[in-house]
Write a protein that binds this ligand. Structure first.
Ligand SMILES: N[C@@H](CCC(=O)N[C@@H](CS)C(=O)NCC(=O)O)C(=O)O
Length: 218
């Protein structure tokens, strides 16, 4: 662990990748500690369960020793720490609650409501299909929202975009396709083409293969 940097406990390609996207875009340095999400073993020894009893990412240890869990919270913290004025957001900013809104949307409408079930091995195909049926309304809402905007908050990229972009990284594995939603699809491409994001996805794909976890369906 590098002294004085926050430590992100990270399982490749999972939602903690959104936290890495936000940190990279905002220029917020993090130490990344890899872990196997199935066994909870940390690459450098020990178990995530001793840090976060739920054994979940995103989990962030702040330099003060304080622990943050919940991806939306970790993303808010990262964005609040950015040295880049354009990127940093705090509760004093006018669009702060829009940021909280879209983080909540990504967490509850997409991540936990859709991915949670579709990636749950024990769920039947019928249940998964039913859950996939919730996606179009949510995609349509995003598509309409993005009709006159580059990013979720308008013209400036934010941690909410980081969360939504992570959703797109795994959308194909979840058999979800946004190509018929013009604005949303253009946004998806725009975000996935950002160099820092591309770099992190590639490095996570390599690490995922190296760890041989096989937790995400092809
Ligand atoms: N409430 C947490 C849940 C995040 C979550 O579901 N993380 C998944 C990876 S994307 C995870 O850690 N799954 C392992 C498990 O639940 O045992 C958050 O919002 O960050």
């Amino acid at each position: 662990m590098t002294k004085d940097l926050p430590t992100l406990y990270h399982a490749p390609l999972t939602c903690s990748l959104a936290s890495r996207f936000a940190a990279a875009e905002g220029g917020v340095p993090l130490t990344v500690e890899y872990l196997n999400l199935r066994t909870k073993e940390l690459e450098n020894g020990g178990s995530l369960l001793d840090i976060n009893p739920l054994g979940q990412v995103s989990t962030l240890r702040l330099p003060t020793g304080e622990l943050l869990t919940e991806t939306a919270t970790v993303l808010l913290w990262i964005q609040s720490q950015s040295p880049n004025q354009e990127y940093r957001r705090t509760p004093e900013d006018d669009d702060y609650f829009q940021l909280v809104r879209w983080l909540g949307f990504c967490a509850t409408e997409l991540h936990k409501q859709i991915f949670r079930v579709v990636f749950y091995q024990e769920a039947t195909d019928q249940v998964k299909e039913r859950i996939r049926g919730l996606a179009p309304k949510r995609f349509e809402l995003l598509d309409n929202h993005l009709a006159d905007k580059q990013y979720l908050l308008g013209e400036k990229v934010s941690a909410a975009d980081a969360y939504l972009t992570w959703f797109f990284v795994l959308a194909r594995n979840a058999q979800l396709d946004v190509s018929e939603y013009k604005n949303l699809n253009a946004y998806r491409k725009r975000m996935l083409e950002r160099p820092l994001i591309q770099e992190l996805i590639n490095s996570d794909r390599d690490k995922y293969a190296e760890m041989g976890e096989a937790i995400i369906p092809d």
